[in-house]
Design a protein around this ligand. Structure first.
Ligand SMILES: C[S@@+](CC[C@H](N)C(=O)[O-])C[C@H]1O[C@@H](n2cnc3c(N)ncnc32)[C@H](O)[C@@H]1O
Length: 509
């Protein structure tokens, strides 16, 4: 039990929270592909830094997050390490989940793949991050179809997908489409103009004397409900249903009556169950086959099947919504989101961002990827994505060990970095040089390494009108309080803790 008497999960290092530097993202135009106007983003780099850098622009905008983090199994896979010590895994996840929560839309949801190693801990961790009241369900996905006979204990045939809403009161999942097999159960033996129908029971077990009455079939037979049962509807309602041709007495008019349930009147979709079988959404071997199709020499070890992600995105998003996966692996979520007409952001740390995600997504854009869900959604190609790398840190050390601005940063990069640090959106105006970052509608940020004068400020002030401006500059001479809607910061001191949680960078312009 924690100090404040609240039940909570604790672990070594829980209190050492880091606040990462919000880096800028640099587009690698040679790797971006397809439609130039696309909003889809493929990002190579550590997801903590990448998520932090997305926060200023995308907070509250992501409708559906799916992540499939390393499960902390102790394995060292070829493309990534899954051997984090338990407490380190919890800290790594907590820091990322907190930013993911900020990115989620108010009516958004987050879906996390996990197995027995960390499932219980993840539940408690996420209950802290998103609130226990926002937990939706723990879905069981049958990842293997055959028993693993060499298992020492039990054959582990399922993973979990744990689901939280940002706000359970607001969020509702979509329905799943009805399968052709289900629809095929509806027939039309009496050529009813309302179309195909299926018969449903007229009798129910919750007994009520008022609805226990004899019915005479068209053939003249008298029928009563089975012992202990009654009819579902009153005598009057039954008469109405007869005159509306909604009761079926079989082809010869001699059968026990049943209700005609028309396909056109049933719910046009299915409520998802919490057990997802491999027949419905694929299994591990399906996923392997899908990734072999675009990189057979270097097969990614732990992909998810496209149909599994399709199920998640069907329930959690609609066409045009923004979907995010910050543990992208071989690129499955991005590929599926693309084919389903969602906008997407994918982040991957490993070189497989180049060797797997990039070629896979190019094939998707070109319409050459006909595996996975392509046929089911009649995918023909189109769209595009932009490829980004994380910029290096804004701060570096000079020869005497002092923190200085990295020489890799040109004026534009510096302006963008300052926007991220100060919480402004980077929106450089083509004609007004000091409109670089936008806070609220009438609130701007301008960054320069120059030493400014009061005259210089007066010129800006003449154009500023009722708007307000924050200037981060190398220096200033004169009365810096001369204009009430212009604030000067000579030495802004944004600070962030490095990954080891110790050092604080102080920025002097
Ligand atoms: C289980 S795999 C995801 C597989 C993916 N769902 C698929 O279908 O291919 C986990 C991925 O997370 C990536 N990863 C681990 N730590 C990361 C980090 N800090 N930033 C970004 N990616 C990371 C690994 O490189 C690995 O590719």
């Amino acid at each position: 039990m924690a100090k404040n008497n609240k039940l909570e999960l604790t672990w070594a290092g829980k209190d050492a929270q880091i606040s990462p530097e919000p880096r800028i993202l640099l587009e690698d135009k040679k790797k971006s592909y397809g439609d130039q106007d696309t909003e889809n983003m493929l990002i190579h780099g550590d997801n903590l830094l990448a998520l932090k850098s997305l926060e200023a622009d995308f907070a509250g905008k992501v409708k559906c997050i799916y992540i499939d983090p390393p499960y902390s199994t102790g394995n060292a896979f070829e493309h990534y390490d899954d051997g984090y010590e338990h407490s380190i895994w919890l800290s790594l996840m907590r820091d990322r989940l907190e930013i993911l929560r900020n990115l989620l839309a108010e009516d958004g949801s987050i879906w996390i793949s996990i197995d027995d190693n960390e499932q219980a801990y993840l539940k408690m961790l996420m209950d802290e991050v998103l609130g226990r009241q926002n937990f939706i369900n723990n879905v069981i996905w049958q990842k293997k179809y055959a028993p693993q006979n060499d298992a020492k204990w039990l054959s582990d045939n399922h993973d979990f997908i744990m689901v939280w809403a940002k706000d359970k009161n607001t969020w509702r999942p979509n329905l799943l489409p009805r399968s052709e097999e289900m629809n095929a159960r509806y027939k039309n033996p009496d050529t009813d103009p309302r179309g195909v129908w299926k018969s449903g029971d007229l009798s129910v077990k919750t007994y009520n004397t008022a609805t226990d009455y004899p019915i005479t079939t068209p053939s003249g037979r008298c029928v009563n409900p089975p012992a202990g049962y009654c009819w579902r509807v009153s005598k009057e309602k039954f008469a109405e249903m007869i005159s509306d041709n909604r009761i079926w007495f079989g082809p010869t008019g001699n059968s026990v009556p049943s209700i005609k349930r028309f396909l056109s009147e049933v719910k046009q979709g299915l409520t998802s169950m919490t057990i997802w079988t491999y027949q419905e959404v694929g299994h591990n071997q399906d996923a392997k086959k899908e990734v072999i199709a675009f990189n057979s020499k270097d097969v990614f070890a732990t992909p998810k099947p496209e149909r599994l992600i399709e199920r998640v995105l069907t329930l959690g998003s609609n066409e045009g919504d923004l979907v995010l996966d910050s543990f992208l692996g071989s690129g499955t979520t991005a590929a599926v989101a693309h084919k389903m007409g969602r906008r997407w952001i994918g982040i991957e740390l490993g070189d497989h961002a180049y060797t797997h995600c990039l070629p896979r997504l190019k094939k998707v854009v070109d319409g050459e990827d006909q595996g996975g869900i392509s046929k089911a959604v009649a995918w023909k190609g189109g769209g595009g994505f932009k490829f980004y790398e994380l910029a290096s840190s804004l701060i570096t050390k000079d020869s005497r060990g002092f923190d200085i601005i990295s020489k890799e940063y040109n004026g534009d990069m510096l302006a963008e970095a300052m926007c991220k640090i100060m919480g402004f959106k980077y929106r450089p105006d083509k004609s007004v040089f000091w409109k670089q970052g936008q806070g609220t509608e009438k609130n701007w940020l301008f960054t320069t390494t120059m030493t400014l004068t009061e005259d210089y400020l007066e010129e800006i002030h003449n154009d500023l009108g009722n708007d307000s401006l924050l200037i981060c500059c190398g220096g200033f001479t004169g009365n810096k309080d001369a204009f009430k809607n212009i604030a000067i910061k000579k030495s802004p001191r944004p600070s962030w803790k490095n990954a080891n949680g110790t050092s604080q960078a102080i920025l002097y312009l």
